[in-house]
Ligand binder design. Structure first.
Ligand code: BT5
Length: 270
């Protein structure tokens, strides 16, 4: 995709920017089914029904964060969509660091962590047929200015403010993350996979070199792991498709497509 400008749609309050993006895509499809080159970013000051994966709640209080969703219609197979989550994670990490001196790490596949606590979550959703993606929505939530969290999140969530003592303008954060996304997305399109960003991704990968626990509960568990018990191994990194490489205790290396991977020692609460 070229670096054409993002069309920006902002809400003071909405249910979820991912829902707004999906609705927009459905309406657009009815009007101009041939328009593939779209780049729309939806933001909200407040989300009343912010969502995480598997229908979980995403706390999105007013003015305290960057709650945004990117709508794209890439010429990709549905199997490639999960790579966009990794591209978004890289973009969010770099964008944040361009605004503040806070060192962010990526907890594969969809969390950014600072000092062992979650600062950003990503929710990628798509509409596709068997061969091709129709549209993809990448929701990115960054905790910017929260001064505290509800009790159940206190141990595992943090904000840029709590890490740096500085308030951040969500709009500036948005512009930086979009610029980084454009850069990494272009690299992704050039290669057709993540080979061009693998090294830089792995530098930020909190899981790398650590013992990780695989919980075979997520939707994207590969066949070899499906139905198996929870198991542990050492994370070696990712491959060019963005799958996590785990060395089992018997020395064999397995790939995890997506889903639930709990990482010992990354979050204080694990
Ligand atoms: C995620 O899900 O981390 C994806 C979050 C995506 C949020 C963005 S905001 C813009 C767009 N619009 C939406 O409606 N969503 C996207 P998951 O890995 O399932 O993590 C969810 C879990 O994180 C929850 O069950 C809580 O434990 C925790 N959590 C909730 N709110 C949080 C917050 N603000 N900061 C850190 N952790 C939070």
């Amino acid at each position: 995709m070229d670096k054409e400008r993002w069309k920006e749609i902002h809400y003071e309050e909405t249910d979820s920017t991912n829902l707004r993006a999906k609705q927009y895509a459905r309406e657009l499809r009815e009007e101009t089914s041939q328009t593939r080159e779209i780049k729309v970013v939806f933001t909200a000051d407040l989300q009343t029904a912010g969502r995480g994966r598997l229908g979980r709640v995403w706390e999105s209080p007013k003015g305290d964060g960057l709650w945004m969703s990117l709508l794209l219609r890439p010429e990709l197979s549905p199997a490639s969509a999960s790579m966009l989550t990794l591209i978004a994670a890289l973009a969010a990490a770099e964008g944040i660091e361009n605004v503040l001196s806070v060192k962010t790490q990526i907890k594969w596949p969809n969390d950014l962590v600072v000092n062992g606590k979650k600062i950003c979550g990503i929710l990628t959703e798509m509409h596709a047929d068997l061969q091709k993606i129709d549209y993809v929505v990448i929701g990115i939530g960054v905790n910017a200015n929260m001064t505290g969290f509800p009790e159940e999140l206190q141990e595992k969530a943090t904000s840029l403010y709590l890490c740096s003592g500085q308030k951040t303008d969500p709009d500036l954060l948005k512009q930086e993350i979009l610029a980084s996304f454009d850069h990494f997305y272009e690299e992704f399109q050039k290669c057709g996979d993540l080979s061009g960003v693998k090294d830089i991704y792995e530098k930020r990968l909190a899981n790398k070199g650590r013992e990780v626990r695989i919980l075979p509960t997520g939707a994207g568990i590969s066949d070899e792991n499906r139905g198996s018990e929870e198991w542990t191994g050492t994370c070696l990194g990712i491959n060019e498709k963005g799958e996590l490489l785990i060395q089992d205790t018997d020395g064999s290396v397995k790939t995890i497509l997506s889903g639930e991977v709990s990482v010992r020692g990354i979050y204080g609460y694990v």
